[in-house]
Ligand binder design. Structure first.
Ligand SMILES: [Zn+2]
Length: 73
């Protein structure tokens, strides 16, 4: 689902998705609270384009953490 609008002034969000971590994936930590995202856990992933043109992926254990980190998302 990518229906949300891209109106953030400072954030250049390329993609935002909800994913399920499957076996074999590297383990992630929530960017906001630091909780380890374990296997079979649903988490949110956000891809942001940096000012220098690179892409950075951020992961959050739940939507609440994502919106705490990026209120305009
Ligand atoms: Zn979190």
């Amino acid at each position: 689902m990518e229906a949300s609008s891209n109106t953030a002034a400072e954030l250049n969000i390329q993609n935002k998705s909800t994913r399920i971590l499957v076996g074999g994936s590297p383990s992630y930590r929530c960017d906001y609270c630091g909780q380890v995202i374990s296997e079979q856990m649903q988490f949110s992933g956000v891809t942001i384009r940096d000012p220098d043109g690179g892409l950075t992926e951020h992961f959050f254990c739940e939507e609440k953490c994502m919106t705490s980190q990026y209120p305009d998302i």
